[in-house]
Design a binder for this molecule. Structure first.
Ligand code: GDP
Length: 690
């Protein structure tokens, strides 16, 4: 018969992992009693070891779901905390310490919690039992205990002593039963005494006649009866227990000695139940009966729950299988795939364009600094229709000044640190793209994976950074000394810088338009007119204009200055555009007239050379290593628990996984219940035939 209990306990444990409780569980034996009633001693006598937290202060803050598993062929006795994954613990004092720690982990202000600690004990000396140890009832709160503690414990116990659980109500013989909190609580939920076992401890502390009186007390009659016990661990056995020995037999011996020395009171003629051994048998028997009685109802509840889970799986998830591993593998594959797509469309031409654009901007800055700044004041006066070059200082190819001016500009361009600049630009472009790919991938909702991916890319890019920028810098070195330009290059440069100037012109005009839209055409015109008059000396500005001038606020003056600058720059660029297009700039021989074209050619040469090395040193390396680095950081290297944690970061995936898990668990339990019923059926048949 005991096989059934074991199987039912196993089913109960699986159902526990599915959670929820309610009808979706099998009954257990719930142990309640006041503090110091001897509750721990009874449990330890059944287990045969001291393992429960002790101390003057209340230490049981969480229910302990105790599963005892009889292992007849094994010698070793050990405990396991299935939720903690600590493995087998053979030292029961370590179990005791772990339980104490788990209890103490509950914050003091929370007092108690109904989140149970699961503990399984395997031993050849324990019966198959499932018991729940609850915090002991207290009468008055201790001085470092919160006042609401008493009520919280009572509420917690009330939750667990509901049907169909069996109640093991512990009371001490030396306390009037009428005052037993355990029996009072039990009576409230089980008034007819149908599922309560009364345990009277400390029988040795009262006179045997009084002891008999207590056991035969009929004020609260119990169908399952009262059992008197003496669970004090004998002194000598106490020493053994410290050595890790099983103390059951020592307790039983001591107990038997007591009861058999008072045959008048505890002999069979009085029909009272005494002794821990009697209690064990009663517990096994009652638990099996109760569990078996609940089995059909639990089965129905499981079938219903399974139908719901199956329906949810079908409707919400289209019966699509999923595991944390497959989810990660798919996510990683599709991310790598999108990365591959990106790598195919971001190659040399794209890097070249990116880099050239950056250098074009540098060229524009250089031109503004070395060439365009001078004539700006004059230009503002010069009518645009007039000879655009009239006001530029006359260029003289033979003049050293003009040669030096272009040489200095060229040298500034070649020495601006192209290696670093180019590497930075490309590396950050790659990083940006990786970020965009993350955003568009399933990893978007996984902070853990995001970090791993970003780390993977930045570690490669950082690794390559210095050698790449050094290489690039080395390779452009010749340009720092001499630059030869042929006619072909010249005309290409001339065309390109024309485009650049045009887009710069557009940008200037657009910025000007924005100012105009913000301030209003008239107002802007007025303030610009005022600034122009100041510049010509027609008006004298009092102070520096920071407090406003000419009836314009300081902010407006500032905007006006910006507008004047943009207008002048725009005019200047228009003029330079004409110059670039003019015959004078048609030929490389006239390079001193046309610094724009020459610098563009230089920028182009720098770009081509840099791209060559960036492609080899950075791009190819990155494209090769990044997917491998991803595999290392997110693939095989992760442990099952990490993969699970990763997958569960996404609430949608979590729900999907949960429903599958739930379904599998319920199917497993149902299978077990069916085979149990068959077993039961066979044993009944066997009984009737035999
Ligand atoms: P709990 O607070 O209800 O868990 O009570 P304990 O099991 O810690 O027992 C409280 C005290 O009563 C301890 O000092 C035990 O040694 C003692 N005790 C428990 N059972 C018996 C018993 O049957 N006889 C005697 N004499 N003492 C007992």
């Amino acid at each position: 018969m005991m096989v059934l209990t074991r199987k039912m306990i196993e089913i109960r444990s699986i159902l526990n992992t599915v959670g929820q409780g309610g009808a979706l569980t099998l009954p257990s034996i719930v142990v309640i009693g006041s503090q110091s009633s001897g509750k721990s001693s009874v449990l330890e006598a059944i287990v045969g070891h001291e393992f429960l937290p002790k101390g003057s202060n209340m230490v049981t803050r969480r229910p302990i779901e105790l599963t005892l598993v009889n292992t007849p062929d094994a010698k070793a006795e050990y405990g396991e905390f299935p939720a903690l994954g600590l493995g087998k613990i053979t030292d029961f004092s370590q179990i005791q310490r772990t339980l104490t720690d788990l209890n103490l982990a509950v914050p003091a202000e929370q007092c108690v919690t109904d989140d149970p600690i699961q503990l399984s004990i395997y031993s050849p000396n324990v019966p198959d039992l499932s018991m729940i140890d609850l915090p002991g009832y207290i009468q008055v709160s201790g001085k470092d205990q919160p006042p609401e503690l008493k009520q919280k414990i009572a509420d917690l116990c009330d939750k667990y002593i509901q049907a169909p659980n069996v109640i093991l109500a512990i009371s001490a013989a030396d306390v009037d039963l009428a005052n037993s909190t355990a029996l009072r609580s039990s009576r409230r939920v089980d008034p007819r005494g149908e599922r309560t076992i009364g345990v009277i401890t400390k029988m040795d502390l009262v006179d045997p006649t009084r002891g008999l009186e207590v056991l035969t007390d009929r004020k609260y009659p119990l169908r399952l009866g009262y059992v008197g016990v003496v669970c004090k661990i004998p002194q000598t056995a106490g020493l053994f227990s410290r050595a890790g020995q099983n103390v059951t037999s020592a307790i039983v011996k001591n107990e038997n000695a007591y009861f058999s020395s008072h045959p008048l009171e505890f002999g069979p003629q009085n029909e009272v139940s005494v002794g821990t051994t009697t209690l064990r048998h009663k517990l096994m028997h009652v638990l099996e009966q109760t569990m078996a009685a609940s089995l059909a109802g639990t089965r129905d509840a499981i079938i219903q729950e399974l139908e719901e889970a199956t329906y949810e799986f079908k409707v919400q998830y289209n019966d699509r299988p999923l595991s944390a591993e497959s989810y990660l593998a798919e996510s990683l594959d599709s991310f790598k795939h999108s990365f591959k797509e990106f790598s195919e469309q971001f190659g040399r031409p794209q890097v070249r364009a990116l880099l050239k654009e950056v250098l074009d901007q540098k060229v524009m800055d250089l031109l503004a600094k070395r060439y365009w700044n001078k004539p700006i004041e004059d230009l503002s006066k010069a009518p645009f229709e007039a000879d655009p070059l009239a006001d530029l200082p006359k260029a003289d190819p033979g003049s050293l000044f003009w040669q030096r001016k272009l040489d200095a500009s060229t040298s500034e361009l070649t020495k601006l640190g192209v290696g670093r600049l180019a590497t930075t630009v490309v590396a950050s472009e790659l990083q940006n793209h990786v970020n965009k790919l993350i955003e568009a991938s399933t990893f978007a909702s996984h902070p853990y994976a995001q970090r791993a991916i970003v780390d993977a890319s930045s570690s490669i890019l950082n690794d390559r950074f210095y050698s790449t920028s050094d290489q690039v810098e080395n390779c452009i070195k010749p340009f720092k000394f001499e630059i030869e330009v042929d006619n072909n290059e010249w005309s290409k440069g001339r065309q390109n810088i024309g485009q650049v100037l045009k887009s710069e012109l557009k940008a200037c005009d657009a910025a000007h338009k924005r100012l105009e839209d913000g301030i209003g055409y008239r107002k802007l015109k007025d303030v610009m007119g005022f600034i122009d008059r100041v510049r010509k000396g027609d008006v004298v500005l009092e102070g520096d204009g920071t407090g406003g001038a000419g009836g314009f606020s300081a902010a407006l003056l500032q905007k006006g200055r910006e507008a004047v600058f943009l207008r002048d720059r725009s005019e200047l660029i228009k003029m330079r555009l004409l110059a670039v297009k003019s015959k004078q700039c048609a030929n490389v021989k006239n390079k001193y007239y046309c610094p724009e074209v020459f610098l563009d050619v230089v920028a182009d040469k720098l770009t081509s050379t840099a791209v060559l090395f960036l492609n080899v040193e950075l791009l190819s390396e990155f494209y090769y290593n990044f997917p491998r680095e991803l595999d290392i950081r997110l693939g095989r290297h992760l442990e099952a628990a990490e993969i699970e944690r990763f997958a569960r970061e996404d609430p949608r995936v979590r729900r999907h996984l949960d429903v599958i898990r739930r379904k599998e668990m319920l199917e497993l339990v149902l299978e077990k219940i069916e085979s149990l019923r068959q077993l039961e059926g066979r044993s009944k048949m066997g009984a009737s035939h035999g």
